[in-house]
Design a protein around this ligand. Structure first.
Ligand SMILES: C[S@@+](CC[C@H](N)C(=O)[O-])C[C@H]1O[C@@H](n2cnc3c(N)ncnc32)[C@H](O)[C@@H]1O
Length: 225
């Protein structure tokens, strides 16, 4: 999966400012994080996305696309993709990976703060894999706003670390489970049906080559009205 190596991500309600005591903005924090390292993620799509993504059906938005592993995979499945991340370096890496695979026309790459970015209407899929951060992030607000742009018949997928990797400085429960996710999203049950709400284990390799079984919270909702 793409979001393995550092595990330096964390659920929070969006009002912490860890890592920003020096005045660094959220955008600068993530940009440095990518710029100061080679590829941060594996480039492969996240396992949960591959396992549960619905068949291609129009436009998919990849929220916090990072270096684009998921966006590229979605495009390979036939989706038209809008891939958004706050880091220009991460987005550039995704764009280059897509161009290498001849997918340049299938993905719109957007550098934006999701706190302000507005998705297009009529989406068939909103995918948010590891939209988690140790610094300020209104995760649920972003997810709820994006959900409003999903067309009837479309899907919202959230994949999150339920437990942070053992090699993470934040090892331990993230606070996210399928139950908290559904409760926090608080979507109208008359307009959304829950297709998947489960914990999924997967094997992962840490930055030092150590292996562990990680548990993801996976929630797939379908807009019905
Ligand atoms: C844990 S990474 C996950 C990346 C990718 N989805 C994956 O699975 O590999 C979190 C991503 O969120 C992005 N991010 C954090 N805050 C953001 C914001 N406010 N707006 C847009 N992207 C943001 C970071 O740049 C980073 O790429």
């Amino acid at each position: 999966m793409t979001a393995e190596p550092t595990g330096d991500e964390h659920r929070h309600g969006g009002h912490r400012h860890d890592g920003l005591a020096d005045g660094t903005t959220v955008a600068e924090y993530w940009e440095r994080r990518y710029r100061d390292a080679g590829p941060v993620w594996s480039g492969r799509p996240n396992a949960a996305l591959v396992a549960v993504a619905p068949p291609a059906a129009g436009i998919a938005v990849d929220l916090a696309c990072g270096e684009g592993g998921d966006a590229v995979w979605l495009a390979e499945q036939g989706w038209r993709v809008v891939a958004v991340d706050i880091s220009a370096t991460a987005v550039d890496r995704g764009r280059a990976a897509a161009a290498e695979r001849g997918l340049g026309d299938a993905i719109d790459w957007v550098v934006a703060d999701l706190a302000e970015w507005e998705a297009p209407d009529g989406l068939a899929l909103v995918s948010a894999c590891f939209l988690q951060s140790t610094v300020e992030l209104d995760r649920i607000g972003i997810l709820r706003r994006a959900a409003a742009h999903v067309a009837v018949g479309g899907h919202l997928l959230t994949v999150a670390h339920a437990a942070m990797p053992p090699w993470s400085p934040h090892a331990g429960d993230s606070g996210i489970t399928p139950e908290t996710e559904l409760a926090d999203l608080d979507l109208d049950p008359a307009a959304w049906s829950v297709e998947i709400a489960e914990l999924r284990d997967r094997a992962a390799t840490g930055p030092g080559g150590e292996t562990a079984t990680l548990t993801d919270s996976v929630v797939l909702l379908r807009r019905t009205a």
